[in-house]
Write a new protein. Structure first.
Length: 226
């Protein structure tokens, strides 16, 4: 799933948000210190070097899987996250990222099982709840998605993505007032995201507020990226 080309839905968080969550080994950090986060090929090579010298290092497998995920190479990513889990079944982020990988492959039920495992290890993670909710969203199960987004918001009220996605569910359910409230909250938290504003403009138009829709589209254009 991807987020916000034009006004379309796409899931919002970048991989960079995962870095503080992961328990990388000292060997992995030493290898990756020469790589910038965005240089995925460098990170793959660095993690592969660690794996060759220490194949029992779960964080090295996780690191490499993360880089493959960033490249959209989901088959090797899935294999690496699976190896990390085999070596350390308590590595929450490996369950999370394997779940996200399965979700991106369209395997939502399998993804939800992995995210359930991640939540069992870290039940207070708004991030994991958001991603499980988004699996339900992909299954067109907005009732379950709304439950997870609402829990995520309760845990982290400053997290914009669950508001936006919950708003989309409310819009699908034709509860436009609640949808507008959630889109507005997402914009309050992240006012420069083009896709948030376009979605609110679309909703204004759907509700018959043509002047508000036009105003919102003008505001959105200031934040459109080339």
């Amino acid at each position: 799933m991807e987020i916000l080309k034009g006004g379309s839905i796409k899931l919002l968080l970048s991989l960079a948000l995962l870095l503080p969550l992961t328990g990388l080994s000292s060997a992995s950090f030493a290898q990756e210190s020469a790589c910038v986060w965005e240089d995925l090929d460098c990170r793959i090579a660095a993690a592969t070097t660690v794996i060759k010298t220490n194949p029992k290092d779960p964080s090295a497998w996780f690191d490499r899987g993360n880089a493959y995920f960033g490249k959209g190479d989901y088959i090797p990513a899935l294999a690496d996250f699976t190896e990390a889990i085999a070596l350390n079944p308590k590595l929450t982020d490996a369950w999370l990222m394997r779940g996200r990988t399965l979700s991106n492959q369209g395997k939502q039920d399998a993804a939800i099982k992995d995210l359930n495992k991640a939540l069992a290890l870290n039940p207070s993670s708004a991030f994991i709840l958001y991603w499980r909710g988004s699996c339900y969203w992909s299954k067109h199960d907005c009732n379950s998605a709304v439950r997870d987004y609402t829990k995520a918001i309760a845990l982290d009220p400053k997290y914009d993505s669950p508001y936006f996605m919950r708003g989309d569910c409310y819009q699908k359910q034709k509860d436009y007032i609640l949808a507008l409230k959630d889109y507005s909250e997402a914009i309050e938290l992240n006012p420069t995201l083009y896709g948030f504003r376009v979605r609110r403009a679309d909703l204004y138009e759907l509700m018959g507020y043509t002047e508000a829709a036009a105003t919102e589209r003008k505001k959105a254009e200031k934040f459109r990226k080339p």
